[in-house]
Design a protein around this ligand. Structure first.
Ligand SMILES: CC(C)(COP(=O)(O)OP(=O)(O)OC[C@H]1O[C@@H](n2cnc3c(N)ncnc32)[C@H](O)[C@@H]1OP(=O)(O)O)[C@@H](O)C(=O)NCCC(=O)NCCS
Length: 291
């Protein structure tokens, strides 16, 4: 069912090579609200192929998978995939699955990420292309982290799933590099959002992070993932273009930011689509100085 094999393993994010927090790492973009509705439960088959680590190892693998996949809060999954009533609450950050492809590690956000989150969200591209509060204050990062934790703990059909992206940047230890999330609508679709700290851009990290998150989403009942971006955000467009997203069109005044609305691109990826460009890179993309 998945477009490519999953690389998810039982992991302790802190035990991975070169995993050291850095004061120079990064933050996330602000959440967008999506319409609430009820998503059909994932089947046991959908979940069984997923080996997801959590900060505390495998014992909670099944519980975590279902807690975020289909069971109501305080439920656990039985072997046949149904939900049991004996409660085992989803714990943040311990139960957030750790996803990795060997280069990028996605894990729960931590307090140690806050400084870098502020730094990232004050970056000009973040302000131009996302809905981060402006000016972005340290309290905004604290609020965002709380929001992320609440969403994971809720574990509902429309709860967003956000991860901190970490990787070794410029030969140093692993750092916080940004945020990637997906927001299920409850009916088998989801939207994806992401942002990198400026210091982590230009190394293809987001493409990897998006790939991991797509694997997670498609393994948890999502059939189609949508991406939207302000027209002109070529770096974001190219990131999802590489992953096989198909541009569906340009919509006038699609995206609302504080005080303005912008024309937006919209693209989609079905879980059975190949993870490779499905159309030529647009000839009207302006010359890009890779520096
Ligand atoms: C979008 C973002 C995550 C991409 O980060 P990244 O993966 O490091 O991106 P890169 O700089 O490697 O760019 C991705 C690709 O787009 C290309 N690219 C970057 N800027 C470009 C531009 N202005 N025009 C054309 N291509 C561009 C890069 O060359 C790269 O192509 P390649 O992978 O084929 O070499 C990052 O730019 C960012 O955080 N931007 C601010 C927040 C944001 O826009 N989020 C998305 C909201 S929809």
């Amino acid at each position: 069912m998945l477009g490519r094999p999953m690389m998810l393993r039982r992991l302790d994010p802190d035990a991975l090579p070169q995993q050291q927090e850095s004061a120079h790492a990064m933050p996330g973009c602000s959440p967008r609200v999506i319409p609430a509705s009820i998503r059909p439960s994932a089947t046991a088959g959908e979940i069984s192929g997923v080996a997801i680590g959590t900060a505390h190892g495998a014992e909670r693998r099944l519980t975590s998978g279902f807690a975020i996949g289909c069971c109501p809060r305080n439920s656990i999954a039985s072997k046949d995939g149904s939900c049991c009533s004996e409660a085992m609450a989803f714990r943040y950050p311990d139960d957030v699955p750790v996803l990795t492809d060997g280069t990028v590690v996605l894990r729960a956000h931590r307090e140690g990420d806050l400084d870098a989150m502020v730094e990232q969200c004050r970056d000009v591209e973040m302000v131009r292309y996302t809905t981060v509060p402006r000016p972005y204050e340290p309290q905004d990062a604290v609020d965002y982290l709380r929001h992320v934790a609440r969403e994971w703990e809720k574990g509902g059909p429309t709860s967003s799933r956000a991860w901190a992206i970490t990787a070794s940047v410029s030969g140093g230890g692993a750092r916080f590099c940004g945020t990637v999330d997906y927001r299920p609508t409850g009916v088998g679709t989801a939207s994806i959002g992401f942002g990198l700290h400026p210091a982590a851009r230009g190394a293809g990290l987001m493409r990897r992070a998006v790939g991991l998150v797509l694997d997670h989403a498609f393994a948890h009942g999502i059939e189609v993932v949508h991406w939207q971006a302000v027209v002109g955000n070529w770096a974001s467009r190219r990131t999802v273009w590489h992953m096989g997203f198909r541009l569906e069109g340009t919509v006038r005044k699609l995206l609302v930011q504080p005080g303005s609305a912008h024309d937006g691109w919209i693209a989609s990826l079905h879980r059975d689509d190949p993870r490779a460009p499905c159309e030529p890179w647009p000839a009207d993309c302006p010359e890009w100085d890779r520096r």
